[in-house]
Design a protein around this ligand. Structure first.
Ligand code: ARG
Length: 590
């Protein structure tokens, strides 16, 4: 659907042209002085240089050509040559009514026929999900939903970390604790038991214990190393333990992701990529890309334009082991084979930026991906506590995701229980929904690459730039619409449509609503969900201002009232779709 901005630019371009200037000067942008005008065109200033003419003379010519426009209600030239624009109320209303008919509310099908994989979540098996994984899950989930809305065929892949030393550590530790387990009996040839010899609770205790031990006990570190190697070579008993670890972990991860309203289409693992490695290494050698350097096999990836050193991508270490980068390259080989995606986007901690630069460059040099395939990396910053240091529990430990969610839910419950008129059960459900909005909006409203401070008090506030404020606005709109629907007049004028705005506040809201489509498109192409957050905050503010200034249900003119209700319905739809794209929902009441 053509955006209002584009329509306005079209009008100005025609005017520039008919006044004898190049049409390209007619670009219109949203005004940065909303007190003076709604849109502006600065083209006369640029044209002045080309035509050796004073900018205001050019602007005057253009404005004269706009005289009969049925789009603008006011056009002013402001020295030195700005063209300030206001749009006709009837025109804005007709745009909105067209938008309301479109299921995508004016968002284009950017990804039509294009396949995308988003690699996010990235938890490591057997290690508890902690807040470090929270950001990847939240941001990735949002981009997946936004991508789908923008027409891409998107698959979210959790890309489990199941192939590292952590597996060997657990196996070695388990061997010390329970040496009699059948998995450690090399003479055993029968079937292994179906049930795991540990629970998730035990598993999560074993890993940190083993990891700490390996740092002080060299012999143990060696055992863990050997166990990892034997597992990777396929030792039966170790494979069986590894399978147990995987199953127990995945069940727990799914439960946690469910709390977060995060779902994955693919539960692929690092280990799935391993079978592709030998052929890939051979190919890298055959193409003359991989060469030996200090006993390791590496690929040069630096480029002339680099301002920072980009070290070679290591494919095989001098001890023969493959690495994280080898696995990521092989995963691209696998993805190309299984899905042939047009776009692969990674949502990972920004400290891994260099790793992905090396992997992407190697993949391109070796034609592991097609030249037209887009490889994207969205690196996110750290979630800090109020002390400015990475978020921890009160006693300084790593905060488990479950605990964090529970604490925030309780904080919200305390707030809503004071004036609650609903059942205990409904209040708890509402608290959960609101808490999730607090966590997700608190994260997504910051530019992803920046570090941010996780401030429970601020995030759970019902006022200001927060998730609960957005939900509160939606609940308010729903309640007005319900009241209207219950009244007698409702039936006669249900399909009224938005009317020409009758106040500045109403017009400001209407103009904002015309920008939904372009905002979602920008959030996707710039991988910037924070732009959608900023937008719904503006919409919520504009709505609440309109609400306080306007007698909506008390309006006597039924046609005007019905027009208001149509405007509310569209506002509600814009906000509800937006929060769904951000990954949360609104309660019925709050
Ligand atoms: N498991 C990794 C970590 O915790 C993140 C995985 C990111 N995805 C990838 N394809 N490398 O750091």
């Amino acid at each position: 659907m053509e955006k209002l901005n584009a329509v306005l630019s079209g009008e100005l371009m025609k005017a520039f042209e008919s006044a004898g200037y190049d049409a390209s000067y007619g670009k219109v942008t949203v005004s940065n002085r909303p007190d003076l005008c709604e849109y502006q065109c600065n083209g006369a200033m640029a044209a002045a240089k080309a035509y050796h003419k004073a900018p205001f003379m050019i602007a005057d010519d253009v404005v004269a050509a706009l005289k009969d426009s049925d789009v603008f209600s006011d056009v002013q030239v402001v020295k030195p040559g700005f063209i300030n624009l206001k749009v006709k109320e009837t025109f804005v209303a007709s745009c909105l009514n067209r938008e309301a008919q479109d299921p995508k509310l004016g968002c284009d099908d950017l990804g039509k026929g294009r396949k995308m994989i988003i690699d996010y979540g990235g938890p490591n098996v057997a290690k508890p999900l902690h807040v470090g994984h929270l950001r990847s899950a939240i941001i990735g989930e949002s981009l997946k939903r936004i991508g789908r809305f923008a027409g891409y065929d998107v698959a979210g892949d959790v890309h489990l970390g199941d192939w590292g030393l952590q597996m060997g550590l657990i196996i070695a530790e388990l061997r010390h604790r329970k040496p009699d387990l059948i998995y450690f009996d090399d003479t055993y040839t029968g079937e292994y038991p179906e049930d795991a010899p540990f629970t998730i609770g035990e598993l999560e205790e074993i890993y940190p214990a083993a990891s700490a031990k390996s740092k002080v006990d060299e012999a143990f570190a060696e055992e863990a190393h050997d166990a990892t190697a034997m597992l990777q070579q396929g030792k039966r008993g170790y494979r069986a333990i590894w399978n147990h670890i995987l199953n127990v972990s995945v069940a727990d991860l799914k439960k946690n992701y469910q709390f977060l309203n995060v779902t994955f289409d693919l539960w692929k693992k690092e280990s799935d990529a391993q079978p592709y490695i030998p052929d890939m290494i051979q190919m890298l050698k055959d193409k003359g890309l991989a060469y030996e350097s200090n006993g390791a096999l590496v690929v040069d990836v630096k480029e002339e334009t680099d301002t920072k050193e980009v070290p070679p991508c290591i494919i095989v270490k001098s001890d023969g082991a493959t690495l994280y980068s080898t696995t990521d390259l092989a995963t691209l080989v696998e993805r190309e084979k299984l899905f042939a995606p047009d776009y692969v986007l990674y949502v990972v901690d920004k400290r891994q930026e260099m790793h992905f630069r090396q992997v992407f460059r190697t993949a391109r040099k070796a034609d592991i991906v097609r030249p037209e395939t887009k490889l994207g990396f969205l690196g996110f910053g750290t979630m800090n506590g109020k002390d400015g240091k990475p978020f921890k529990t009160r006693d300084g430990g790593v905060m488990r995701l479950e605990v964090l969610i529970r604490e925030i839910t309780e904080a919200v419950y305390e707030k809503i229980k004071e004036n609650r008129t609903v059942s205990e059960e409904e209040a708890m459900d509402t608290a959960r929904i609101v808490a999730l909005s607090a966590i997700k909006y608190g994260d997504l409203s910051n530019q992803a690459s920046k570090d941010y401070v996780f401030d429970v008090d601020r995030f759970t506030s019902f006022e200001g730039d927060t998730g609960p404020y957005i939900l509160y606005t939606i609940v308010r709109i729903k309640s007005i619409i319900h009241k209207y629907e219950d009244s007698a007049e409702a039936k006669e004028v249900s399909a009224a449509g938005v009317c020409a705005a009758r106040s500045d506040g109403e017009k400001a809201l209407q103009l904002l609503l015309t920008r939904f489509g372009e905002t979602v498109e920008a959030a996707f192409t710039e991988t910037a969900p924070h732009k959608l957050c900023a937008y719904i905050y503006d919409v919520s503010n504009a709505f609440n201002k309109f609400y306080h200034e306007t007698r909506i249900l008390a309006e006597e003119d039924e046609a005007v009232k019905a027009g208001y209700i149509s405007l509310l319905a569209l506002t509600r739809k814009v906000l509800e779709i937006s929060i769904d794209l951000l990954g949360f929902e609104a309660p019925e009441r709050m």
